[in-house]
Design a protein around this ligand. Structure first.
Ligand code: ATP
Length: 231
């Protein structure tokens, strides 16, 4: 079943026409990765889904359009974005960051999150601003879970992190997936995408130029060379 359907999506910042017909489909319980160079429009796609950018085209979640719907209502329907800047409250401690984000009735409590994020449990009383980059990323994801999302939008969660932390994040994403969460992941690392996602979409200059499985991605060196900056 389709969770998120994006068809012919266009988006603008002022007069700049950034997305020029993006098509992405995410099936329930699956993970889709959006790959692309800097400036390809990956972040803009996630922000468009959350109603943060002026758009035209189709975006439906659970069969209902979210275009023109206020961001808080979109969040209320079960979408949560973990932005690139992580959006945590740096002066609050870890537990406070979690409890403040919790939506009433959510099965996710700070303690339940700590089970999944042992790293955070160790830093429970630390101000979030004092955490390492990897810990902050974990906290940002844990915060998003507090709202009990059906679809998690992750914007470059592994960017700038050490390989050992990247491995932990991959484990975490696989764990969330195993719990049935649907994930739309923006990533520059082909390794991370291949480890986590079922379907990959390559974005270039505001359009999806290629979509395929992990197996077809790994055998498409020409596509990768053409549309991505190789690592
Ligand atoms: P990155 O990895 O650099 O974040 P991206 O694929 O996520 O790349 P976007 O952030 O979606 O790319 O940016 C797409 C284009 O939109 C870029 O040309 C960028 O300069 C432009 N852009 C992004 N945010 C704004 C803004 N607030 N106002 C004007 N232009 C913007």
């Amino acid at each position: 079943m389709t969770a998120l359907l994006i068809r012919d999506l266009h988006a603008w910042y002022e007069k700049s026409h950034i997305l020029q017909g993006v098509d992405v489909e995410v099936q329930k319980g699956k993970t889709v990765a959006i790959l692309g160079r800097n400036g390809a429009g990956k972040t803009t796609t996630l922000r468009s889904i959350m109603g943060l950018v002026r758009t035209q085209g189709t975006i439906t979640f659970d069969g209902r359009s979210v275009v023109g719907v206020p961001t808080h209502e979109i969040a209320g329907r079960g979408l949560a974005l973990v932005p690139e800047n992580r959006a945590i409250f740096s002066t609050l401690d870890v537990r406070e960051n979690l409890s403040i984000a919790r939506r009433k009735g959510s099965p996710w409590t700070p303690d339940a999150a700590a089970e999944l994020f042992p790293v955070l449990r160790k830093r429970w009383k630390s101000a979030a601003g004092r955490l390492s980059g990897g810990e902050q990323q974990m906290l940002a994801i844990a915060r998003a879970l507090m709202t009990n999302p059906k679809l998690l939008l992750l914007d470059e969660p592994t960017e700038g992190l050490a390989p050992v932390i990247v491995d932990q994040l991959v484990e975490l994403m696989l764990n969330l997936k195993a719990r049935g969460l649907t994930i739309l992941l923006v990533e520059q690392s082909i390794q991370v995408c291949s480890a986590v996602a079922d379907v990959h979409a390559i974005l270039d200059e505001g359009r999806v130029v290629w979509t395929g499985s992990t197996a077809s991605l790994s055998s498409s060196a020409d596509i990768l060379a053409k549309h991505l900056t190789l690592e």
